[in-house]
Design a protein around this ligand. Sequence first.
Ligand code: FAD
Length: 315
Amino acid sequence: MTGRRVTVIGGGVLGLSLAHQLAAGGDVVTVVADREGADTVSAVAAAVWFPYRSGSPSLATWLTRSLARFTELAADGAAGVDLREGTVVERRPDVDRSWAAGVPASRGATAAELPPGALGGVRATLPVVTMSRYLPWLRARCADAGVWFQRRSVRSVEELAPAADLVVVAAGLRSGQLLGDDTMYPIRGQVVRLANPGLTAWVIDDDHPDGLTYVVPRRDDVVCGGVAEVGSAVTEPDPETERAILRRTTELVPALVGQPVLSRAVGLRPGRDAVRLEHVAGHAVPVIACYGHGGSGVTLSWGCAEAVAALAAGG
Ligand SMILES: Cc1cc2nc3c(=O)[nH]c(=O)nc-3n(C[C@H](O)[C@H](O)[C@H](O)COP(=O)(O)OP(=O)(O)OC[C@H]3O[C@@H](n4cnc5c(N)ncnc54)[C@H](O)[C@@H]3O)c2cc1C
């Protein structure tokens, strides 16, 4: 035990991963969050390990570390993590393939594996996370590691100072409000989840001419998306957007035609031009920020958790 008292603001995938990492290192950790599980943006994530709409110079390290951690977790059936093969479709000649460098056995997709109009693509086996199982599983692992939970809203970091030696702000889109950072913006996403007719292969088609398109089969459903509406904070699903998503995804994966809708969801991705992961001075208690993961919060979660633990330890 370090004996250090750490309060983590946020019970989404970042807050829980950080809490687990810090508690495993011997800290006495409390997670304070006003929303948990299904009520978080994290629950809306598709969720494939793939960098989308996030930036940071440390991205490569965080990606690699998270990939390694999720690959380990796939061995535990209860975690809700599966390694599944799928295709990233490319429709521009200048697509950044650097993410694939650290993915074992990734390769160029063959013409037969690509939809009409594609210029190329990558075929890879990646972690797919069924968030409805993973978030409760991760929360339970936190509790096993001694993490305490408080369900409440925090108005300022200062109110936590008396009971904490360190505060970590992992509050997603609302992190900026807590630290006077006005560089955050919502990137609205919308998904519709269909019954799974037996699919396992995922497809990500970011540059589909009619809009961002992805199909992610999970254990209990198939997530069909999507949109990435920068600046929109509308939290209701839009029926026309859903119809357009279903048109694109059924064209891409005809086996989905006629599958019943199981659920639908909207999530506001925590947009920021770069992930903020650093010490923040000027508060009554030492503070570390960890937010702004855009469309890659799951993908980066374990890498960022390790980076926060290293920062907290003085690294
Ligand atoms: C449609 C869609 C698809 C996506 N697909 C993927 C994907 O395939 N792969 C991927 O990696 N990512 C994906 N993402 C992105 C991913 O969901 C986010 O990057 C991630 O969930 C952000 O996690 P977070 O923990 O930072 O925030 P959140 O999940 O939003 O959690 C924030 C937490 O902070 C708490 N909080 C905030 N303010 C306060 C306060 N003042 N007081 C108390 N508590 C507070 C909230 O209650 C909550 O517990 C997707 C997102 C969407 C919307």
